[in-house]
Design a binder for this molecule. Sequence first.
Ligand SMILES: CC(C)(COP(=O)(O)OP(=O)(O)OC[C@H]1O[C@@H](n2cnc3c(N)ncnc32)[C@H](O)[C@@H]1OP(=O)(O)O)[C@@H](O)C(=O)NCCC(=O)NCCS
Length: 175
Amino acid sequence: MQIREATIDDAKSIKNVHLQAFDKSESKLVSELAVNLLKENTHVKIISLVAIDNNQIVGHAAFSPVFYENTNEHLGYILAPLAVSPKFQKSNIGSSLVKYGLDIISNLGSFIVFVYGDPQYYSRFGFKTDLANNFIPPYTLQFPDGWHALKLSSAVLFEGGSIRCVDSLNDPKLW
Ligand SMILES: CC(C)(COP(=O)(O)OP(=O)(O)OC[C@H]1O[C@@H](n2cnc3c(N)ncnc32)[C@H](O)[C@@H]1OP(=O)(O)O)[C@@H](O)C(=O)NCCC(=O)NCCS
C-alpha cells in the first residue's frame, strides 16, 4: 500500500471509495464533499491523500485549512472526510492516511488538527474533546461528542475562539 497526494484525475475513484464506505444516509453528501475539496482552490492548500493498493485507490483523507473567524489567522486543519473501501478496512490503511497527513502538517508548522467523527476511532491518534471544546465550529454540531482536536506542537498555546472553514465544508448538513 502506498500513499500519495491526490490529483483531480483521482476524483471518480475517490468518490467511489466514499460511496462504498459510508452508510447510504450520508454517502452522497460525503462523496461530494471529497470531490469538492479536490477541486477547491484555497490560499492555504487543501491536503488530499489517497491510499493505493495494486494501482487501485482504496482510501482517501482530506485535511483542509481552518482559520480564526475574527482575525483570519490560519490556525490549523480539519480532517474530513476519511474513508477506506470496505474490502480493505481493518488493514491499517485508515490509520496510515491519518498519520501521513499529520506528519505533513507537522512539517508545515505549529498547528491544531480538528476532526468531527467517531470518538473511539480518533482517540487512538491523540485527538481530544477537551481541547476541541475551546473552539466553536462554524455550525451547531448534530453530535457534539464527535468534536475533537489534536495539538501538533506542545510549545504553542492556542487561544480558543470561533473557527472558519473552507467553502466546501461550509454547509450545515455536514456538521
Ligand atoms: C473509519 C475507517 C476510515 C477506518 O479505516 P481502516 O483502514 O479500517 O482503519 P484501521 O485499519 O487503521 O483501524 C481499524 C480499527 O478501527 C476501528 N474502527 C473502524 N471504524 C470505526 C468507527 N467508525 N468507530 C470506531 N472504531 C472504528 C476498527 O474496529 C479497528 O479497530 P482495532 O484496531 O481495535 O481492531 C473505515 O472503517 C471507514 O471507511 N469507515 C466508513 C467511513 C467512516 O465512518 N469514516 C469516518 C470515520 S468516523
